[in-house]
Design a protein around this ligand. Structure first.
Ligand code: ZN
Length: 262
């Protein structure tokens, strides 16, 4: 079993009316926010399960959240903080929301290794597929996970294919709407591989959730939250690959690994 995802300080205060700090901050863009578990009566907005309280420098999570609901509410905070810190707001086009999500997730993971591990432990313990994402975050895998050829997005199959330089043209990747196919340049490496993979798959998420070129902020946020949480739950091998390329940019590559010397 993976280690407990509930820090001792938090577990000790479950049900009590005082706040408890998670043992990590979240740094994104210019912000560095404490993460606190709070009783409903202590939330900045008592109607909400989570508050992005930028004035007081903290993410407030309702103390009674657990399991996948806690993962969902936390991911929602990261998506909101990412768009806010990048100035992605209503009026921005679909491409801007796509890239804001992709770069925000990679930045979150790479600047916040404790929070990234905690989030993947939540998915491991409550996602129900015994996928051990925590081991991938630690690099404790016998071989790097492979890029998936097909994933389910919003219940629909989407293919993922690596393409040549000639097919790539002046971009790093494409999302082909009529084929429902995310295409990634085969020469992608480093953090750029993670960003481009998240970017093209996010186009697929927007497609499957019928998001328009110019849509409401709320609709982009909802599609990204539900779409990506669904990808994490329904496609454990795909999420393991993404966790790997996000966590280890120095090793990330689409090129097949060279055979080891005898
Ligand atoms: Zn794009």
């Amino acid at each position: 079993m993976p280690p407990s995802i509930i820090p001792a300080a938090v577990a000790a205060t479950r049900g009590a009316a005082c706040a408890a700090w998670a043992p990590f901050h979240v740094a994104l863009g210019p912000y560095q926010l404490a993460v606190e578990f709070r009783d409903k009566s202590q939330m900045h907005d008592k109607r909400k399960l989570a508050c992005l309280n930028l004035e007081d420098g903290r993410i407030e999570l309702r103390q009674d959240l657990q399991g996948m609901k806690l993962a969902e509410v936390f991911l929602d905070c990261i998506i909101r903080l990412s768009h806010f810190s990048k100035g992605c707001q209503q009026g921005c086009v679909e491409e801007a929301y796509t890239h804001s999500f992709a770069t925000g997730m990679v930045e979150f993971a790479q600047r916040n290794p404790m929070a990234w591990l905690w989030f993947n432990l939540l998915l491991t313990e409550h996602g129900g597929r015994n996928a051990r994402y925590d081991r991938v975050v630690h690099g404790a895998v016998s071989r790097p996970p492979r890029m998936p050829k097909r994933i389910l997005v919003g219940g629909h199959p989407v293919t993922i294919r690596s393409i040549t330089k000639a097919e790539t043209g002046n971009a790093f990747g494409w999302y082909h709407f009529s084929n429902r196919e995310a295409q990634l340049y085969s020469g992608l490496t480093g953090s750029n591989l993670a960003v481009v993979a998240l970017h093209e798959i996010t186009h697929a998420v927007h497609h499957m959730y019928d998001i328009k070129q110019r849509d409401k902020h709320q609709n982009f946020k909802h599609a990204q939250l539900k779409g990506w949480l669904g990808i994490m739950k329904d496609n454990p091998s795909a999420w393991r690959w993404l966790v790997w390329v996000i966590s280890f940019p120095a090793k990330a590559s689409l090129a097949p690994a060279a055979p080891e010397a005898a």
